[in-house]
Write a protein that binds this ligand. Structure first.
Ligand code: PLP
Length: 387
């Protein structure tokens, strides 16, 4: 039997090594707390669950859905974009539902790339910015995000050869893993860059509403000209604690959205209509649940920042996302520091290098564990971690 080079060449699953180490510690009797994976611990708000239950009992949802998505879902996405971001979207041809943002990120590469074309991938970044292009026979080229530039890529620094082959660029703000947000004209510069080099922008908006204090994250599509050059990928996973439900949408440029839909008709048969109706409940209902959840994360963020500082590790509280991105102390690599925290405190954190070469020197801590477990993790870090 032969496995394709395309699949054989994929890097190992990001968390495989971490899961193995957790298993080893657990087998040795340790009570391991994982701040590794960003999967919200809180339940989906009840009004969304109720909408699903009612829709699932309606036999009209039981047949194949349309790949275009129910009109009600597309309208809810468009209305949400209008209210929330001030972006006008036509539900007829600028919105297609996704089985999660991950699906959109992986498959958009097949819409844009020919073999050998380059995708510029934010580094550190969500791993599918690299594996998506690989699966489309493209080449992912790292677009380093450096602390000194606020974890924005230096678009001027991309070399001419790479630019000549570049067909798309992946960015995401609020940013996983760095927690960086956009507070300047970066999106306008990105539109100008995309126009100048005929590059498609894919803005991954997975953390749009996970923000703290007064900060409100913009949509890339609110930037003048953005819909001419790109698409945005919306996810309901984090805003509404719906990671298991697999709901998102790809929105923006008509030609890309239409091509995406044509691709998708050959890959899956759409999203369960009952889930789409639950998605409508999420997007059209009160957004108080989102604000309440951000308060929970904000409290956890501050607890963790305090604990890290008390052991001599400087941490900047992020304005968005569910992660702390922390430089490792002198003398450590991201892997050796992760290892030490696991051994001394039985707390799992993620090595930054797992998100790309520019993540070396950092670790990522997730805020998605219940308060009591987080407090326990914090106490262990304070009492047991010795640098
Ligand atoms: C930056 C980023 N994009 C996309 C996703 C995937 O989102 P979804 O659950 O909608 O597939 C994640 C999940 O953690 C993420 O961190």
């Amino acid at each position: 039997m032969t496995i394709s080079e395309r699949v054989a060449g994929l890097p190992p699953y990001l968390f495989a090594d971490i899961e193995r180490k957790i298993e080893e510690r657990r087998r040795a009797g340790a009570d391991v707390i994982s701040l590794g994976i960003g999967d919200p611990d809180l339940p989906t708000p009840p009004h969304i669950v109720t909408a699903l239950t009612a829709a699932a009992a309606d036999a009209s949802t039981h047949q194949y859905p349309s790949n275009r998505g129910e009109l009600g879902f597309r309208e809810a996405v468009a209305t949400f974009y209008g209210h929330r971001f001030g972006v006008a979207l036509d539900p007829a041809d600028q919105v297609v539902p996704l089985l999660g943002a991950k699906e959109g990120i992986a498959h958009i590469c097949q819409v844009v790339l020919n073999p050998g074309d380059v995708a510029l991938a934010a580094d550190p970044g969500y791993p599918v910015y690299t594996t998506g292009p690989m699966l489309a026979d493209g080449v992912a080229v790292s677009l380093p995000l450096k602390a000194e530039l606020g974890f924005q890529p230096d678009l001027e620094a991309i070399d001419g050869d790479t630019l000549a082959k570049a067909k798309m660029v992946f960015v995401s703000y609020p940013n996983n893993p760095t927690g960086a947000v956009i507070e300047d004209d970066f999106f306008a510069r990105l539109v100008a860059f995309a126009r100048a080099h005929d590059v498609v922008v894919v803005h991954d908006n997975a953390y749009a509403d996970i923000t703290y204090g007064d900060y409100v994250a913009p949509s890339f599509l609110a930037t003048p000209g953005a819909s001419d050059v790109g698409v945005e990928v919306l996810s309901l996973s984090k805003s509404y604690n719906m990671t298991g439900w697999r709901v998102g949408a790809i929105v923006g440029n008509r030609e890309l959205v239409d091509a995406y839909w044509r691709l998708k008709t050959n890959i899956d048969s759409g999203m369960f209509a009952a889930v789409q109706r639950a998605g409508v409940a999420a997007l059209s209902g009160s957004q108080q649940c989102v604000r309440d959840m951000c308060k929970v994360y904000e409290r956890r963020r501050d607890l963790l920042v305090h604990a890290l500082r008390s052991v001599g590790i400087e941490a900047t509280p992020p304005k968005g996302t569910i992660y702390l991105w922390v430089a490792v102390p002198d003398g450590y690599t991201s892997a050796s520091f992760t290892q030490q925290v696991l051994e001394q405190a039985d707390v799992v954190i993620t090595p930054g290098a797992a998100y790309g070469p520019s993540g070396e020197g950092y670790v990522r801590l997730s805020l998605t564990v219940p308060d009591e477990r987080l407090k326990e993790a914090v106490q262990r870090i304070e009492e047991r971690v010795r640098l």
